[in-house]
Design a protein around this ligand. Structure first.
Ligand SMILES: [Zn+2]
Ligand SMILES: [Zn+2]
Length: 279
């Protein structure tokens, strides 16, 4: 089982590896820079080397490491300046991943800002195709959304529509977030319904395209469209359903990343322990 947390790069990129290793992670996710800004300074060759060296001294497989896009870019934006800036930011981010040897980059699908799903998806797919054309090596993972207003890709058929229009196909994959799926109306609480949700995913897209799973419980109720993560087993999804999801992922050797809250109720380490017990 490959499992770990989203870890901080505070101090240096190489520190993230140390943070992950200290938490006994066998997988981890990072932001390569400031998640709330448009600009971050370039990664130097020395920093990249240090990150790679640090990683090679752990038992963490490179293919269980993933980066997450910063929050500001919106690849579905109807405003040309924001749209162009978002594409540039993503090209830069893919190159940063490539530079430090991270094979996967998770991206949100953006907001069409009321211009409609069809137009939003058109902009999104053409942005992603341009990013893939101008970069190499890294696989871009589309993350399912909780179904907030003006978002696309909360249901598997819409995600499939997006995914199938991307090229080259081997540069793209999917990251399923359990909290988002539950908030979007997929009942992951009951084992039987977990199976049917992933059967639907398999039919629409194919299980082999899930490269990373975000394992989060949900503060919001089923179908609430709320993107609010909760500690494992302490939310509305609960242990039974999340346990079933973990087993499905382990069958396919899909790395699992937790993005559970940082608060005094439970530590990162305890959340990973809770997830391991469910396996
Ligand atoms: Zn997520
Ligand atoms: Zn989320």
């Amino acid at each position: 089982m490959q499992i770990g947390h989203h870890v901080s790069i505070s101090g240096s990129l190489a520190n993230a590896v140390t943070n992950a290793n200290e938490r006994e992670c066998s997988a981890f996710q990072i932001f390569t820079g400031n998640p709330r800004g448009w600009y971050t300074k370039d990664i130097t060759d020395e920093e990249a080397l240090k990150f790679k060296n640090n990683l090679s001294q752990t038992n963490i497989d490179r293919f269980a490491t993933v980066a997450h896009m910063p929050y500001l870019p919106n690849l579905s934006s109807p405003e040309p300046p924001v749209y162009e800036k978002s594409i540039k930011a993503m090209i830069r981010e893919v190159k940063r991943c490539d530079q430090i040897g991270i094979p996967f980059l998770v991206t949100h699908l953006g907001s069409h800002k009321g211009t409609g799903a069809e137009k939003g998806i058109k902009r999104l797919t053409s942005a992603l195709i341009e990013v893939a054309e101008k970069t190499k090596n890294v696989t871009i993972l589309l993350e399912n959304t909780a179904g907030q207003k003006n978002s696309v890709g909360s249901n598997f058929s819409e995600l499939s529509e997006i995914f199938s229009s991307l090229k080259p196909a081997d540069r793209f994959g999917v990251c399923i977030d359990t909290c988002h799926a539950f908030a979007a109306g997929y009942d992951l609480k009951h084992e039987k319904n977990v199976k049917s949700a992933f059967d639907e995913f398999d039919k629409e897209i194919g299980m082999e395209h899930i490269k990373i799973l975000h394992l989060n419980d949900s503060k919001g109720e089923l179908g609430s469209n709320l993107d609010r993560h909760e500690h494992i087993g302490m939310g509305h999804i609960g242990s039974t359903g999340l346990g079933k999801v973990i087993k499905l992922m382990n069958k396919n050797k899909t790395p699992i990343i937790l993005e559970t809250p940082i608060d005094e109720r439970r530590s990162d380490f305890e959340d990973i322990g809770a997830a391991k017990e469910l396996a």
